[in-house]
Design a protein around this ligand. Structure first.
Ligand code: HSE
Length: 307
């Protein structure tokens, strides 16, 4: 096998309380990529459709992720990549992670699976470093592992898969404004108050337990962010109204998707997810901001081989 086509999912990082440690994968939107094995120690981005992406491998997140993988491969081998981008960069739905995770999963298959999923996340994180200035793993981990993931530790990298309750649906609205992850990180305070930290780790534990027990009420109670959301939400139009009205429509809760501007809400069941979708859309129609909106099951598989 010398060529592989994959689907790489969008992801929601942070999941309210878990800044830089929690994330989950979506069924849609997602990118497609073709990765080809070549007999030359080089990474070539031969096509990038959908958005204006750099073709220089050193400036492209998928290229950088593959270069970092190639450092640990002894064979005389390299890769050509074609990217069909559907997730808009700067959307907060893991656009850069989809490219870097998709590239390393595909390349690993073409090499005969020598690397573990945690190794692949480590390579893909180099793409995140290029995109945002920080090698965070909370988008690449769910893209690679599927479902919900917890980054228990960065050094050493320790990624834990968390069970995904079957009836969980995510509604994600992407207002058409751009928030750069690097900017959204820059505005955060460097220190947190102990009382906020206590609330936050209580909620992270609650969210993990709620997911593992399929306890939807506990998930709902735990979807609270005392640290990051109060600062970042000012960048997102109508954020408080979206949250309030979505919960009134039956959502379990939600928050900013990654570093924004997308906002996600989790619901139990598709019908509630559809109601939340309507409510979110109505708010942005009223405010007069264009948006994309997606209702998706949580994707338990992660990057998928199409052919
Ligand atoms: N955890 C990262 C952040 C995710 O919130 O900055 C970026 O998608």
């Amino acid at each position: 096998m010398n060529e592989i086509k994959i689907f790489s999912p969008g992801t929601v990082a942070n999941v309210a309380c878990g800044f830089d440690v929690m994330g989950f994968a979506l069924d849609s939107p997602g990118d497609e990529m073709i990765v080809r094995r070549i007999n030359e120690r080089v990474i070539k981005i031969v096509k990038a459709e959908g958005f204006n992406l750099p073709l220089d491998a050193n400036k492209n997140v998928a290229g950088v992720a593959l270069l970092s993988m190639l450092n640990e491969v002894k064979d005389e081998v390299g890769f050509e990549i074609e990217i069909f981008k559907k997730i808009k960069p700067g959307s907060g739905i893991g656009s850069s992670a989809a490219s870097s995770a998709g590239a390393v999963v595909a390349a690993n298959k073409l090499l005969g699976d020598p690397f573990s999923k945690t190794d692949l996340a480590r390579f893909a994180m180099e793409g995140e470093r290029l995109a945002s200035g920080t090698a965070h793993a909370d988008n690449v981990a769910p893209a690679i592992f599927g479902g919900f993931t917890l980054v228990r530790s960065y050094q050493p990298l320790d990624i834990i898969s968390i069970d995904t309750p079957d009836e969980l649906f995510a509604t994600v609205i992407h207002p058409q404004i751009e928030v750069k992850t690097s900017d959204a990180r820059e505005i955060l305070k460097r220190n947190v108050l102990l009382k906020d930290a206590i609330r936050q780790w209580g909620n992270v534990g609650g969210l993990v337990a709620g997911l593992m027990k399929s306890d939807y009420d506990l998930i709902s109670r735990s979807l609270e962010d005392a640290i990051v959301e109060p600062i970042r939400s000012i960048l997102i139009p109508a954020f408080q109204e979206v949250k309030l009205k979505s919960k009134e429509a039956g959502a379990l809760g939600g928050g900013i998707s990654g570093s924004g501007p997308s906002v996600f809400m989790l619901s139990r069941g598709q019908e509630t997810g559809e109601r939340v979708k309507m409510v979110m859309a109505e708010i942005y129609d009223k405010v007069g901001i264009e948006y994309d909106i997606h209702l998706s099951k949580v994707n338990k598989e992660g990057v998928k081989i199409i052919s």
